[in-house]
Design a protein around this ligand. Structure first.
Ligand SMILES: CC(C)(COP(=O)(O)OP(=O)(O)OC[C@H]1O[C@@H](n2cnc3c(N)ncnc32)[C@H](O)[C@@H]1OP(=O)(O)O)[C@@H](O)C(=O)NCCC(=O)NCCS
Length: 151
């Protein structure tokens, strides 16, 4: 394997990867704002704080030092069932379908289990076939419909 999976709190790396994800998702969802400002907000307000509390905010780093993928999952530490919510996984185009997404998600699931999380929720747009397939490959099952209303 020519990459490693590691936790990440480096702002610039996370912003770059999350902006890549937002830009990709904007093609399925007109409500996604794919700007550097939005990506920075999510990284600063959500992902870095979550990572510092043990949530799996992970990257795949190629041996040449480049970040080739990122995973953004957050833990909701409610009493009782501990949930985690997946805000997404993003692999740079030239590294897709090589198992990197699965490697990131498998590492994240192990981290969740070690943290006592018992329920993981993720979401893929209906038109995002690779996204849906990759979640099912992780043995995730569809269990609810997401409804929305544009106001
Ligand atoms: C979706 C994504 C994270 C998958 O990561 P990946 O590293 O390419 O996926 P993997 O190589 O680990 O493959 C995982 C599974 O997804 C399937 N898959 C991946 N890309 C696929 C594609 N383009 N079409 C169909 N199936 C695909 C693989 O066949 C594999 O399933 P299998 O184990 O049953 O064969 C990656 O394609 C990506 O970053 N896409 C852009 C952002 C995105 O849509 N993120 C997900 C939002 S839900």
């Amino acid at each position: 394997m020519s990459y490693t999976i590691e936790p990440c709190t480096d702002r610039q790396t996370l912003v770059e990867l999350y902006l890549g994800l937002l830009t990709h998702l904007a093609r399925f969802d007109p409500t996604v704002t794919a700007t550097a400002e939005t990506a920075q907000w999510w990284v600063d307000q959500v992902f870095v704080p979550a990572a510092s509390h043990g949530a799996p905010v992970l990257i795949a780093r190629h041996n040449d030092g480049r970040a080739i993928g990122g995973l953004f999952w957050v833990i909701t530490p409610t009493p009782g069932v501990k949930h985690a919510y997946g805000y997404g996984t993003y692999i740079v185009p030239e590294w897709r379908e090589c198992g990197v997404g699965t490697a990131l998600r498998s590492a994240a699931v192990l981290k969740l289990k070690a943290s006592g999380v018992t329920h993981l929720i993720g979401c893929a747009h209906l038109a995002n076939e690779p996204g849906q397939r990759s979640l099912r490959a992780l043995d995730m099952a569809p269990y609810a419909m997401l409804y929305h209303l544009l106001l």
